[in-house]
Design a protein around this ligand. Structure first.
Ligand SMILES: [Zn+2]
Length: 185
C-alpha cells in the first residue's frame, strides 16, 4: 500500500515540534522522556508504536489504571480490593497502531501463551497419580501466568498513570516517540 512517509523519517533531522491532533482535531499527544502522554480522547498517530512504520493493524484497547496505593486494601481482603479497584480505576480508550510485522509478532506471542496455558491444563488432567500434585500446580500456575503476561502483551502499551485529563503510557519505541512533540511533566 503506497503511503507517503511523514518527513520525520530522517534520523538526522532537527527535533520535531509537531503538535499532533486527533482526526477530529481534539486531543494532543506528546512524549515525556521515554513515556507517551495523550489527552483523554486524543488519537495516537497511526504509525507502528514499535518501529514507527505506517500502521496496518489497529488495536482498540480500553486501558485501566488505579493508584498503586489502593493495592494496600488487599490486606482487607482480596474481594474488598477487587471491588474498590473496579470503582476507583480510571480508563483511557486508545487505538494502537502496529505494522504488519509487529502485529504478527504480537499474534505469535499470544498463540504461544495460549499453548502454555493449554499445556498447564493438559498436565493437570493427565498427570499420573504419583504426580497429581505437580500436575495441579502446573494447571494453576501456567494458565495464570499466561493470562497475566497476555494482558500486558496484548495491550502493547502499559498505563503508568491515567486521570481525567490524560493517560501516560509506556512501551512505545524511541522511533515512535521521536516523532512527537516534547513536553516536560
Ligand atoms: Zn512495526
Amino acid at each position: 500500500m503506497p503511503i507517503v512517509s511523514p518527513p520525520q523519517d530522517n534520523p538526522y533531522a532537527a527535533p520535531q515540534t509537531e503538535v499532533l491532533h486527533s482526526a477530529e482535531g481534539r486531543g494532543r499527544v506528546w512524549r515525556d522522556g521515554k513515556l507517551l502522554r495523550l489527552e483523554q480522547g486524543a488519537q495516537l498517530p497511526q504509525r507502528c508504536v514499535r518501529c514507527n512504520a505506517p500502521a496496518e493493524v489497529h488495536i482498540d484497547r480500553k486501558l485501566y489504571w488505579h493508584s498503586p496505593w489502593w493495592a494496600l486494601l488487599i490486606f482487607a481482603g482480596v474481594l474488598t480490593y477487587a471491588i474498590v479497584a473496579l470503582i476507583v480505576r480510571k480508563r483511557a480508550d486508545v487505538r494502537i497502531g502496529l505494522c504488519a510485522e509487529h502485529a504478527k509478532a504480537r499474534r505469535r506471542t499470544m498463540l504461544g501463551l495460549g499453548a502454555l496455558a493449554l499445556f498447564g491444563v493438559a498436565a493437570c488432567v493427565s498427570a499420573p497419580v504419583g504426580l497429581r500434585g505437580f500436575g495441579v500446580l502446573l494447571g494453576a500456575v501456567l494458565p495464570l501466568t499466561a493470562w497475566f503476561i497476555g494482558q500486558r502483551r496484548s495491550a502493547v502499551l502499559q498505563p503508568v498513570r491515567i486521570d481525567k485529563q490524560e493517560a501516560v503510557l509506556k512501551g512505545a519505541s524511541e522511533e515512535f516517540l521521536a516523532s512527537l512533540e516534547r513536553r516536560a511533566a
